[in-house]
Structures are given as structure tokens and as C-alpha cells.
Ligand binder design. Structure first.
Ligand SMILES: C[S@@+](CC[C@H](N)C(=O)[O-])C[C@H]1O[C@@H](n2cnc3c(N)ncnc32)[C@H](O)[C@@H]1O
Length: 232
């Protein structure tokens, strides 16, 4: 991984903001991911994220923390927060911005336990593909203290396959429709392609049930997105 995402965060943090990140997927054209969005304040966060932050309790693990926006908000409210990310640049930025406990660590490398685990901005993306959902959920379950909770957001992206007549063009025999190949470029460099999973609520709930986890729909967003709360 070249860590172009981390480089972009570092540029923004260091006052060198000249370009945004460009993203695309195997089913969608190029799109712009504005760097300021990755530094959004509470008031500019989607309602789902604001709700997740309001539901936090006890010790918190912020998984895939990016620039540390959610961690910083919670830290300022007095929560004990640990922020982890696989991006070196992201963790450097989170530390520079004041996140006290930030570490370069993949989710599967975390082994401490917490009262709240946050996965925000399509938190299921980190699971990468449907076949890995159970493995990730089982690991997340092992990181929960008694009465702990996992707060995770995602979207049902079936709408992306809808044609003008209201029909769907996805191939039901191929892999799950929320499994995307995700391409990111920044300053004329291309990151290695990533797998990124969007999971509809019912599929997430089913996967949770097979692991004896309870999955509740907390809130639905404006565009097929949702916030779920998972408990043991
Ligand atoms: C879409 S960004 C979200 C960043 C931040 N949560 C936000 O809302 O602005 C996803 C983040 O997850 C990180 N990530 C991807 N896979 C990960 C993994 N297995 N463990 C920890 N972090 C991961 C990426 O490096 C990236 O910073």
C-alpha cells in the first residue's frame, strides 16, 4: 500500500491542501472525495455519525479512525478512546491533532476489550468481502466488555444497480452486490486496488445472528444508509 490516503490527510493537516482524492469503483465512475470532509466537525457529520457519537459509553475503540475526528470529539467529552488505523499517515495526523492513544494497527491485530467499538464512514468496508464478515464480527465480539456495543454504519447499494425503468441489472449468480473493487488516486498516483464492502442491514443482521449477536437498526439515513448497534 502506498498510503496515498494517509499522504492526503498529512498534506491537509500540514497546510498543503491543493488537490482532493479521486475515487472510483468497478460499478461507478470517478468521484471526488474532498479532503475537508475527512476533517469534518461534529456539526457537519451525517446524522448517523452524530447519533453514534451520542450513543457512546465507557471505553471506546475507534476502528479506521482516519484523521481522528470521532476520537477527538469523544476525547473532548471525557471518554477514554483508542484510535486505530492501518494507514501510517492517518495515525500521524490523528496524533498531531491531539488523539492521545492512536496506533497503526489492523482491526484483527487489536486484542484489548472496550465498552464501545465504533466503525464509521461505511464501517463494514473494512470487512472487504461477504465471506469475511463472520470472521470480523467474531473478532469484534471478542473485543467487547460485558454489556458492550458495536456501532457500525453502512449502506444498501442496490440502488446503484437500478436502471431507468426501475429494474436491476446486477448478476444474481455472481458475488454479493455490495462487494466493490475500490480505486483511489491522489496527485497523479494510483493506490493498489482495494476491496470495500457495503452491507445491507438484513445481511448484517443475519451474519450477527449466526454468532449469537443481537443487531438493531438504530437509524436510517437519507440515502439507503443506516446505523446499527450490535451487542452480545
Ligand atoms: C472511509 S475511511 C474512514 C475514516 C474515518 N473513520 C472517518 O469517518 O473519516 C476508512 C479508514 O479505515 C482504515 N482501514 C481500512 N482497513 C482497516 C483495518 N483492517 N483496520 C483498521 N483500519 C482500517 C483506512 O485506512 C481508513 O482510514
Amino acid at each position: 500500500m502506498k498510503d496515498l490516503f494517509g499522504n492526503a490527510l498529512l498534506d491537509y493537516q500540514n497546510g498543503n491542501y491543493t488537490q482532493d482524492i479521486t475515487t472510483s469503483t468497478n460499478i461507478s465512475d470517478e468521484d471526488v472525495l474532498p479532503l475537508p470532509y475527512l476533517f469534518r466537525a461534529f456539526k457537519d457529520m451525517p446524522t448517523l455519525e452524530q447519533k453514534a457519537l451520542k450513543l457512546c459509553k465507557g471505553s471506546v475503540l475507534d476502528v479506521g479512525c482516519g484523521s481522528g475526528i470521532h476520537s477527538l470529539y469523544l476525547q473532548k467529552k471525557g471518554f477514554k478512546v483508542k484510535a486505530i488505523d492501518v494507514s501510517n499517515g492517518a495515525i500521524e495526523v490523528a496524533k498531531k491533532r491531539g488523539v492521545l492513544h492512536a496506533e497503526v494497527l489492523p482491526l484483527l491485530g487489536e486484542h484489548h476489550t472496550f465498552d464501545t467499538i465504533l466503525l464509521l464512514m461505511n464501517g463494514t468496508g473494512i470487512f472487504q468481502e461477504l465471506t469475511q464478515v463472520s470472521k470480523y464480527l467474531a473478532h469484534l465480539k471478542s473485543l467487547l466488555n460485558t454489556n458492550g456495543q458495536i456501532l457500525i454504519d453502512s449502506s444498501d447499494i442496490k440502488y446503484m444497480y437500478e436502471d431507468e425503468d426501475g429494474g436491476y441489472w446486477m448478476d444474481m449468480n455472481s458475488s454479493y452486490y455490495g462487494e466493490l473493487d475500490y480505486f483511489l488516486s491522489y496527485k497523479n498516483e494510483e493506490e493498489a486496488p482495494m476491496k470495500w464492502l457495503y452491507l445491507d442491514f438484513e445481511t448484517l443482521k443475519l451474519a450477527c445472528e449466526t454468532l449469537d449477536l443481537k443487531c438493531e437498526l438504530v437509524l436510517e439515513g437519507e440515502h439507503f444508509d443506516y446505523l446499527a448497534k450490535i451487542t452480545a
